[in-house]
Structure formats: structure tokens, C-alpha cells
Design a protein around this ligand. Sequence first.
Ligand code: SAM
Ligand code: CA
Length: 220
Amino acid sequence: MSNKTLMLPDRLYRYLLEVSLRETELQRQLREETAKDSMARMQIAPEQGQFMALLVDLLGARRVLEIGVYTGYSALCMASALPPDGRLVACDMSEEWTRIARRYWHAAGVADRIDLRLAPAMDTLAALLADGQEASFDFAFIDADKREYQDYFEETLKLLRVGGLMAIDNTLWNGSVIDPDDKSEDTIAIRSFNEYLHCDDRISISLVPIGDGLTLARKR
Ligand code: SAM
Ligand code: CA
């Protein structure tokens, strides 16, 4: 996976950031702290965080779902774009990583907008549906276990309202999707997921080549 937009020459990527990135000091510090972790490449690119915040704003979203929190950068970006009474339900299983996330959410003053659920994401999605929250979310970001993407997608589609938007991360998977020799489980899962979405007429789609590939799917 990649935590910068793929395939752009370094100088052009730096230019893109110089003329467009509007990152808060806390967001920058969170990236800096996360960079010390061996899994730091899991974090989304800052320009992608800004793009998703723009989508949340454009949709006038009040209810957002995130599957895959890690140290909380993407959730911080999205929660900051919500109105004060907006809610982000954030799914992860790691106490350790989300402890860092909570610290930054508190510092940014958005902790009260974020409902962190520490459990396997499929259990949390089932619980939300059992709780009558079908068709109640405006925006959802999917970024956890690649082998479960199709299951997250199906459950999340039920949770989204008509016209709501799902953003699914890493759909270009650092280019591995076109490497015929790459037969790893994650790569196979992402390839088949991309093909699955391509012919799904319940949604309108666009695969945006930002970060590591971000597929947008709007519920019809
Ligand atoms: N969106 C995050 C960001 O921008 O910093 C990165 C998320 S990282 C790629 C994936 C996260 O999904 C990890 O924190 C991992 O603990 C979590 N995860 C993996 N499998 C999961 C599952 N089955 N249920 C819930 N969380 C899961
Ligand atoms: Ca990701």
C-alpha cells in the first residue's frame, strides 16, 4: 500500500502539497507520530484526508461510518468536517493504535463526535443494523481487512441512505492489481472486489487515483 498519491513524480507531488494541502498542526503531528510506527504505511495520504473532508462537507454529512481507524488520521479529517452535532462511528479492533487516535481527537476537540467501537467490524455493522440504523449514514470510509471488503461493502450499502457515498481505500494496491504474478490473498481480494463493483448497478462509481486508489460508490 502507499501513503502518498501513486505514480506522481516526487517534485510534482511536492508541488501538489505545497499549493493545496491545508493540514492543521495536530494533523501534521499525528502523521509525524505515526511515522515512527512500523505500520505507518497504512495511514492515508494527507491530500486524501483533505479530499474526504471535502466530500463530507459537500454531502452535508451528519452521520459517517469508518471501518479501519489505525491511529485516527482519516477519522480526524472527517470528524473535523462534520457539524458539531455530527457523528462518526469508527470501527477497529486495536486498543493500542486507537489510544493514539483518541488522544488526537481529544486535542482537536472532536472526540465527542466520534463513537469508537472496538470489535470485529462485521460485528459492529451487524449491531448497527440490528439497532435499526439501516439507511441512516451519509458517508462511509472502508479501510480495514482487504479480504473482507466485499462483506463490508454489502453491509455498509444497507447502512447508507440513498444518495449516500462510500469511499473504499487501496483499490489500486500500489499497482499490484495488474501484476499477474501477485497471487497474495489481499491482492486477489482487491482485484475481485474491483470487478464486483464494476458491474453492480445498485451504485454509481468512480475509481479516483488519489493516494493508493480510492473508489467512490454512490448508492442509487
Ligand atoms: N484509515 C486509517 C488511517 O488513515 O490512518 C488506516 C486504517 S489501517 C489500513 C486498517 C485498520 O483496520 C487497522 O487499524 C486494523 O486494526 C483494523 N482492522 C483490521 N481488520 C479489522 C476488522 N476485522 N475489524 C475491525 N478493524 C479491523
Ligand atoms: Ca488504506
